[in-house]
Design a protein around this ligand. Structure first.
Ligand code: BTN
Length: 256
């Protein structure tokens, strides 16, 4: 059944933040649709949802399996911060989504730095952030969010075993309810970040992080183990490796 846009809007607690909600039956990648909208002046708070994607993209140039039944969407934010703080936005989005799903479904959804969503040691979803910048300021930030909800998950292609909410809960759920809950959670988390800074996110991240004390870091062709210390004020992962303390930006970090 096609997604009911009105039902998503009616389910939102606060309709003021989300200025435009576009629901498409199909798209190559919602991030590409959003980038074009942003270039044509779309406002902060625009959302593009696609029922399926034919060219879904993941981080690090990977493809993202996006069949019918999943939540594939992009949101447009214009945070008044420098590009150095993009990592904070990325962490805040993952934390906000994880927390809203925990509150809604009472499932132990966690966050794997920087912005993967984990459930029962499996990957539930991920976020792909793309920036439009002007000198060192963020002009627009496109956050592409993919969460396995009712869709089949592609076990054979995945590096990390995936899971869907349907598998975890034992039945399918209304995608419209998912979007209302998650969009409310993101709007709340983002507004709190703008008012109170990264401190409030950091505290939540510490509670929801699934990283253990030790992680394996893949940097280029080097692999080393390191001890997790915390996040920096820019959202970088601070680890202690043999050569000393390092702030990780986009390195691949696996659980040990
Ligand atoms: C990752 O974990 O690698 C990030 C996955 C991001 C997938 C979403 S689905 C909606 C949006 N459109 C895309 O092409 N990618 C993101």
């Amino acid at each position: 059944m096609a997604l009911d846009r009105e039902r998503i809007l009616c389910g939102l607690k606060d309709r003021r933040f989300w200025k435009e909600l576009i629901v498409l039956e199909g798209a190559g990648s919602t991030n590409d649709v959003m980038r074009e909208l942003a270039q044509n002046g779309a406002p902060e708070g625009t959302v593009v949802i696609a029922e399926r994607q034919t060219a879904g993209r993941g981080r690090r140039g990977r493809s993202w399996h996006s069949p019918q039944g999943g939540a594939w969407f992009s949101i447009l934010l214009k945070p008044p911060v420098s590009i150095n703080s993009a990592g904070c936005v990325s962490v805040l989005l993952a934390v906000a989504i994880a927390q809203s799903l925990r509150d809604w479904l009472k499932l132990p959804v966690g966050v794997k730095w920087p912005n993967d969503l984990f459930l029962n040691h499996r990957k539930l979803g991920g976020i792909l952030i793309e920036l439009m910048t002007n000198l060192d300021q963020i002009e627009a930030l496109v956050a592409g969010i993919g969460v396995n909800v009712n869709n089949s998950v592609a076990l054979e292609e995945a590096r990390v075993v995936p899971i869907s909410l349907k598998q975890a809960v034992g039945h399918a759920m209304l995608l419209e309810d998912f979007f209302a809950v998650v969009l409310d959670g993101i709007a709340d988390g983002y507004k709190r970040f703008l008012l109170q800074g990264f401190g409030s996110v950091l505290q939540k991240w510490r509670e929801l992080s699934v990283l253990g004390d030790e992680v394996e870091v893949h940097k280029g062709d080097k692999v080393f183990t390191a001890k997790v210390i915390d996040l920096s004020e820019r959202g970088e992962l601070l680890v202690e490796a043999q050569e000393g303390i390092k702030a990780l930006v986009a390195e691949e970090v696996s659980l040990r």
